[in-house]
Design a protein around this ligand. Sequence first.
Ligand code: HEC
Length: 192
Amino acid sequence: MTDTKRLPKKTRTTAAVLLASVLSISLIPVVQSQLMFRNTVTGDVLDFSFGKKGKETEAVKHFKNTGENLYNEDEEAIHNGESLFMTACSGCHGHHAEGKLGPALGDDYYTYPKNATDKGLFETIYGGARSMMGPQYNNLTIDEMLEIMAWIRSVYWGDPEKAEWLSEEQKANFTPAPIPDDYKEALENFKK
Ligand code: HEC
């Protein structure tokens, strides 16, 4: 350690300026901090440094900072999300999100209540849940997950009041999607 008191004044000032700039540089990421995302089951903080690499799109940046999905109600994103869902999720959750091996995703009942928020839904998709619900970070980029989420929200047939991803105004104007024909049957099977 250098004893700064013994150094000439000019050097001390320079040292202070240097120290101040180092401090402020290291403080910048803290000021612009992202939300903390956590595994749905373990509560461990999700690490975005590995997994399928994708573009840090505007939607991804915005989501990491706010938990708000810019793709909700974006037709193109919903369209892409639908085809991604058919490949990555429908085998277990059904083609209409009516439920199959895994629960329905378009109703207002959630095993994990936080899935009624977009932040929670993302955490479950990214980090997985129990049994067959494996983490998706190796399969999908974060941008693709946001597209899938937008599609899931677009087929929602539950009570608008329970749709926590909607603002109060959106809830008031929300028309739920039609209930898929196979939902009741899937619900019975899932309970067995
Ligand atoms: C191999 C089968 C399988 C695949 C593929 C799969 N899931 Fe799941 N998923 C499950 C099972 C089983 C559960 C129940 C797990 C639990 O309760 O912990 C589940 C649970 C969920 C939940 C929690 C629902 C709730 O009620 O809280 C969400 C959300 C979800 N999955 C979304 C997805 C999405 C989106 C995809 C595609 C990217 C996907 N899953 C792919 C089997 C699967």
